[in-house]
Design a protein around this ligand. Structure first.
Ligand SMILES: [Zn+2]
Length: 161
């Protein structure tokens, strides 16, 4: 699998923490679909499922030095020229796909004779705080509410329900 190598820090830098949290809520609510990365165009594209069921096409092109060119039909993006939560949401979804893919890649890249086994084993462990920070992401309307609860151990996010 070809990876964009996109990081959480990079994504937060585009639109700030608030936009990131809104985008994360969309991902947790399952509103993001068809996310893919094109390594020739350096483009991440996908769809945001709106309340009426329409899959809104969103894409972004990765530029040099952490900047990004985004395409989204929404008001924020078109009229205000801002990085919107929709763009950030497909970037998060792509990052998650790449993270899920990692264990396989590690196994592949560790060919016999490469890195010393001791070193490689040590790198796989990271220290995180014992007590997670709990976050609840609420979305929807009075008629239909969804709440996703996440536990953050340092920088690592686990869906708690
Ligand atoms: Zn948008």
């Amino acid at each position: 699998m070809v990876k964009s190598g996109i990081t959480k820090e990079e994504i937060i830098a585009w639109g700030g923490a608030e936009v990131f949290n809104q985008a994360l809520a969309m991902c947790n609510a399952g509103d993001v679909s068809d996310v893919r990365y094109d390594d020739e165009k350096l483009e991440i594209s996908g769809k945001i499922i709106r309340e009426n069921g329409w899959g809104m096409p969103v894409s972004l092109t990765l530029k040099d030095r952490g900047t990004v060119k985004s395409h989204c039909p929404c008001y924020h993006n078109q009229k205000l020229g801002q990085i919107c939560p929709h763009v950030v949401a497909i970037a998060i979804a792509q990052m998650v796909i790449e993270m899920d893919d990692e264990p396989e890649e590690t196994a592949e890249t560790r060919q016999p004779g490469e890195d010393a086994p001791g070193e490689a084993a040590e790198e796989e462990y990271i220290e995180v705080p014992m007590k997670p920070a709990m976050y609840a992401y609420v979305s929807g309307s009075r008629a239909s509410l969804s709440i996703a609860v996440d536990a953050w151990y340092g920088d690592i996010d686990f869906p708690a329900c």
